[in-house]
Design a protein around this ligand. Structure first.
Ligand code: GUN
Length: 284
């Protein structure tokens, strides 16, 4: 039976560390502030944004909340971002995605100053990650690295396989594992022999977006399996991941549950990124 990687506890520990670091800055008279922008009332986005604001309260980060109607135009949103880019009191800017139809997400992401891009989605942040420069890293893959490190999983020299090549998870995940000296393979919908490739992995990160697609036949005995997926199943509205947990846990060495694995890490890393943004703006 695989050992569970407790994302809830690890996320809590990171938030407690951020809380201490923010308190130390406060003592020097420095505040840490995150602007959270929500356009429209997508129910899932409302939940995410509320959780982000709660995490700010927990860690002592000030949040500036902008809840804009779905009728907001792209121009109005870009004006707000411009104002926040210039606002010295604002360290990080988070625009919750998806945005309503009629607003170009790429344009909005590119409008956020790379110095305040705590989501790590700006092309400059992505470029910095790929050449190993200091910059913001997308929160979910950054959280996966913390899960691995804090559970004692050795990344250096390991064979890592990432399934999925999205801009938010798969691609930055592969860059981060490479930065940690893993030998990395990225699989996707056009990959041939995907099972054989996955079976070579010491670390298997699954971010496909298909419920329970990966079972024990994809997993090398003793491997660490990180499940980034989250889906509502038909059965009693229960949550499941991209892995068939009951099957995979029989062969894996370590595994993240859904819920309680990768999910809680995203917000913890957003808090860490916001703290880092404040260091940057204060010349540290
Ligand atoms: N929507 C779903 N996940 C995310 C995220 O990590 N950041 C933002 N801004 N929007 C999201």
């Amino acid at each position: 039976m695989a050992e569970l990687i407790d994302g809830k506890q690890i996320s809590k520990n990171i938030k407690l560390e951020v809380k201490d670091k923010v308190a130390a800055l406060n003592k020097e008279g420095i505040d840490v502030t995150l602007a959270v922008i929500l356009v429209g009332q997508d129910p899932a986005s409302c939940v995410y944004v509320n959780n982000k604001k709660k995490a700010c309260e927990f860690t002592g980060i000030k949040s500036l909340s902008y809840e804009l109607p779905a009728s907001t135009t792209e121009e109005e949103l870009l004006l707000l971002i411009d104002k926040l880019n210039k606002d010295e009191k604002c360290d990080g800017i988070l625009v919750q995605l998806p945005l309503p139809d009629g607003i170009n997400e790429d344009k909005v992401i590119k409008a956020i100053s790379p110095d305040k891009d705590v989501d790590g989605f700006h092309p400059e942040s992505v470029g910095r990650l790929s050449i190993g420069e200091r910059g913001f890293v997308s929160c979910t893959p950054a959280g996966v690295i913390q899960l691995l490190k804090r559970s004692g999983v050795n990344i250096d020299g390991s064979r890592a396989v990432v399934i999925g090549r999205s801009n938010i998870v798969g691609k930055p995940m592969s860059m981060l594992l490479l930065r940690e000296n893993a030998t990395v393979t990225v699989c996707h919908s056009h990959t041939k022999n995907i099972k054989e490739i996955c079976k070579e992995a010491d670390i298997l990160v699954v971010a496909i977006g298909k419920p329970k697609m990966i079972d024990d036949s994809y997993v090398k005995p003793g491997a660490t399996v990180i499940d980034v997926g989250i889906h509502r199943t038909g059965e009693g509205n229960k949550l499941c991941g991209d892995c068939d947990f009951d099957s995979v846990e029989k062969v894996a060495g370590k595994i993240t549950p859904v819920p309680g694995g990768v999910g809680p890490m995203t917000i913890a890393m957003l808090m860490e990124n916001t703290y880092e943004a404040s260091l940057l703006h204060n010349g540290r």
